[in-house]
Write a new protein. Structure first.
Length: 265
């Protein structure tokens, strides 16, 4: 049977890499986005992922008697925000619609076909920011936390139909959108230093994890979250302010201010 994958947000940095990976793995790939990802092997479905009627029409254009969606990956979303007291109701709603409602709409449309087939894989894109908060992103953190909770709930409700549900939660990933918010190489270096591996993720690395989570090799993986942040969420931010801890992690001392001295073991 031909494997058919529907990728929402397929024109974004991670979504595009996921779509390309699924094409390489032999899937028939449909990219649901307002913008054409312009990828060989990907059929573009132009639709607003927050509009119920448009999502329904897009999915129905894919499904037929001979073809069902076997994999759904929800990459659509926006990373934006400001402190809660400065967040207007329409701004709050926009973030939740893009990051949470879009998941609900897409999953709702593909579930009947997967239930009838007795198999399927749904991978939702989360974020470590619902685990370790960053300043000024209350709506985004709330939405991504809800996505992870929803994914667990769906795993319980639909596992008996042979459908798996996994959240893949990246940390900082080097995409054009990420780099647009950074102040050059110095910010990139600080991000690398904030995790034990001293590295930033790439869209292709996230895509590889998504491909595994949706593959037969991960048949027992459901209701869980794969965190891809190079270990950053395990590190206390306060520890990065102490040179003794930085030394243990192989990081240079902070510039300016007193430095603690500690020899390596």
């Amino acid at each position: 049977m031909t494997r058919t994958a529907l990728i929402t947000g397929a024109a974004g940095g991670i979504g595009r890499a996921v779509a390309a990976r699924f094409v390489a793995d032999g899937h028939q790939v449909f990219g649901l986005d307002l913008v054409d990802p312009q990828l060989s092997g990907v059929t573009h479905l132009c639709a607003d992922v927050t509009d119920a009627e448009e999502v329904t029409a897009a999915v129905q254009s894919v499904v037929s008697d001979s073809r069902a969606i076997t994999t759904l990956v929800t990459c659509a979303g926006i990373t934006t925000g400001k402190p809660l007291h400065r967040t207007a109701p329409d701004e709050w709603e926009a973030v939740l619609k893009a990051n949470l409602n879009s998941v609900y709409l897409a999953v709702r449309e593909v579930l009947p076909g997967m239930m009838a087939a007795g198999t399927g894989a749904v991978v939702t894109l989360g974020s470590v920011l619902h685990r370790t908060a960053a300043p000024g992103l209350p709506a985004y953190a709330a939405a991504k936390g809800a996505v992870a909770a929803l994914t667990r709930q769906l795993a319980v409700d639909y596992g008996r139909f042979g459908i798996t549900f996994v959240t893949v939660s990246p940390g900082w990933v080097r995409t054009p959108a990420t780099e647009s918010r950074l102040d050059g190489a110095s910010d990139l270096d600080r991000l690398r230093q904030s995790n034990p591996l001293g590295s930033l993720g790439t869209p292709e690395q996230i895509a590889a994890a998504v491909a595994f989570a949706a593959s037969p090799d991960a048949a027992l993986l459901t209701g869980t979250e794969l965190v891809l942040d190079a270990g950053a969420s395990m590190v206390s931010p306060a520890s990065l302010l102490r040179d003794s801890h930085r030394l243990r992690m192989g990081l240079p001392p902070l510039e300016g201010g007193p430095h603690e001295r500690e020899e390596r073991p």
